[in-house]
Design a protein. Structure first.
Length: 161
């Protein structure tokens, strides 16, 4: 659903099953819950992958468990970033420098790209620029991703509302 404010954000990681669905769910919760944010706005919010490895898959069970512990639900299914995304979204926020390189390379092939491509971590008040992939890690690594996403999404929302 397009936002009345015309604001849109796409969160991106390698497989769209760990970091980016967590960021999407956290941001959606913040941007649409009046108890969480004084800037209650309608946003177009989604997430995607630079790869096509997990297309159609649900987020990693450890990520879903982490979100549920914080009373956040998601029904997201993994998808690959498309050329249309660069024309649809105002912001494409990714998790690491590899994602950033891949997205910028793909954006260069899109004639009418309007998306501002940045690291989500560039909004972290604790200056942790990279959000590391927790896939091969522990439950605590997913919690760390969640905490980084909370900080970054809060700052991003405050700056763009």
């Amino acid at each position: 659903m397009a936002a009345a404010s015309g604001k849109s954000v796409l969160f991106v990681c390698l497989g769209n099953i760990c970091r980016s669905p967590i960021a999407e769910a956290v941001f959606r919760h913040m941007a649409t819950d009046p108890a969480q944010c004084v800037y209650v706005l309608q946003w177009l919010i989604d997430s995607g992958a630079t790869s096509d490895w997990n297309t159609g898959s649900f987020p990693d069970a450890r990520g879903l468990s982490c979100l549920r512990r914080h009373d956040i639900e998601t029904d997201h299914r993994a998808r690959q970033v498309t050329k249309e995304d660069f024309m649809t979204f105002d912001y494409i926020l990714c998790m690491d420098e590899s994602n950033l390189r891949d997205l910028k390379r793909k954006a260069n092939t899109v004639k009418n790209s309007k998306a501002k491509i940045e690291l989500l971590g560039s909004y972290d008040p604790e200056q942790q620029l990279i959000i590391n992939d927790p896939y091969y890690g522990s439950e605590q690594d997913f919690e760390t991703v969640y905490e980084q996403c909370i900080r970054c999404c809060k700052t991003f929302l405050e700056r763009n509302s």
